[in-house]
Write a protein that binds this ligand. Structure first.
Ligand SMILES: [Zn+2]
Length: 339
């Protein structure tokens, strides 16, 4: 990697895992110039000034399947699938979707402050979403980044879920050389590592299974979990017998309704953070007094579950679009076009 390429990478380390999703899409400038000069009949100079102002929509930049003039390619020397143009005609848009909220707002402001302002090298587009849509997007991204044919993904998915649920814990350390994840018969909340195994309190374990089911259910008949392959009915039965459904206040019997309530519960992150912070605090004082964590106690203990009040919460998504490569390539392509 060259020095210039290296400088381009944005530093996203201040954001908790799972709160930023990156999208990359390529655009063919030959195709774009073609549209402006041949189809619209503009002179190259006019076309160039139009193109510089061009900004794709968030939908175009983040679609799973790109459409003309955009395309996706994993190749080192990609070609335009529409006109065959080589690399120097192709520009890259990087889009970062940052989930708004308490854990990301400060980091996002700091990042935006550091970015160059001239020529709209970066654009920010805000979109309203809700906790359910964010959860499904997160599950979708997780599914694309694991190999469902390799059992190790079950541990990886458990880790991603814990990172999302409690971003302040150093999960990398907890999962280092980990060989298995089990349901704890001792703990009522939180987690503990014992040798190469991680023991999760039953509610956490239930949620890990649920996440695994959701990630893999479209891949297999039923979903793949640490408990084996499960249909929705089997999953719900397990969650019911383990006491999880009762614990989070789900009293419905109809599998479809239970499923909807489960999704709402998983999507409502504010509840998650509360419960794990408390158990972790206990852990910290007991086992590792030197590792002080200044966490606000937001215990929800004693509050009876109110299932009917769990609704999808509004979430703001901040899309940061990096246009630097596009602007540079448009300029160099124009130079050769006008010559
Ligand atoms: Zn093309």
């Amino acid at each position: 990697m060259t020095a210039t390429a290296k400088r381009r990478e944005l530093d996203l380390t201040a954001f908790p895992s799972g709160t930023v999703t990156e999208f990359t899409t390529l655009v063919c400038l030959a195709c774009i110039f073609d549209i402006f000069t041949k189809q619209l009949g503009l002179a190259p100079r006019t076309a160039f000034s139009e193109i510089k102002r061009h900004s794709p929509t968030v939908e175009e930049l983040t679609a799973r399947q790109a459409s003309r003039p955009y395309f996706d390619s994993e190749e080192k020397h990609p070609h335009c699938p529409y006109c065959g143009s080589a690399k120097r005609w192709l520009a890259r848009f990087d889009t970062y979707c940052i989930e708004g909220g308490k854990t990301t707002d400060a980091a996002r402001r700091a990042l935006l402050k550091k970015l160059p302002k001239a020529d709209d090298q970066f654009l920010v587009v805000e979109k309203k979403s809700d906790s359910r849509a964010v959860l499904f997007e997160w599950l979708d991204t997780l599914g694309l980044n694991v190999d469902l044919n390799d059992e190790a993904w079950l541990i990886e998915a458990t880790r991603k879920y814990l990172e999302r649920r409690e971003p302040k814990t150093n999960w990398e350390e907890v999962f280092d050389e980990l060989r298995g994840v089990r349901r704890s018969s001792r703990l009522t909340e939180g987690w503990e590592r014992d040798g190469a195994r991680l023991f999760l309190a039953p509610p956490l374990y239930s949620e890990a299974i649920l996440i695994q089911y959701l990630v893999s259910r479209s891949h297999a008949h039923g979903g793949l979990t640490l408990e084996g392959r499960l249909t929705l009915m089997e999953l719900i039965r397990r969650l019911r017998y383990s006491g999880y459904l009762e614990q989070i206040g789900i009293t419905e019997r109809d599998p479809g309704e239970v499923f909807e309530k489960l999704i709402d519960h998983l999507a409502a992150k504010h509840e998650w953070v509360g419960s794990l912070e408390v158990s972790e605090k206990k852990k910290t004082t007991k086992k590792n007094a030197s590792k002080k964590t200044a966490k606000k106690s937001r215990s929800t203990k004693g509050t009876p579950p109110e299932p009917d009040q769990i609704l999808a919460e509004p979430v703001k998504l901040h899309y940061l679009i990096d246009r630097r490569d596009f602007l540079e390539k448009a300029k160099s392509v124009y130079a050769s076009y006008a010559a």
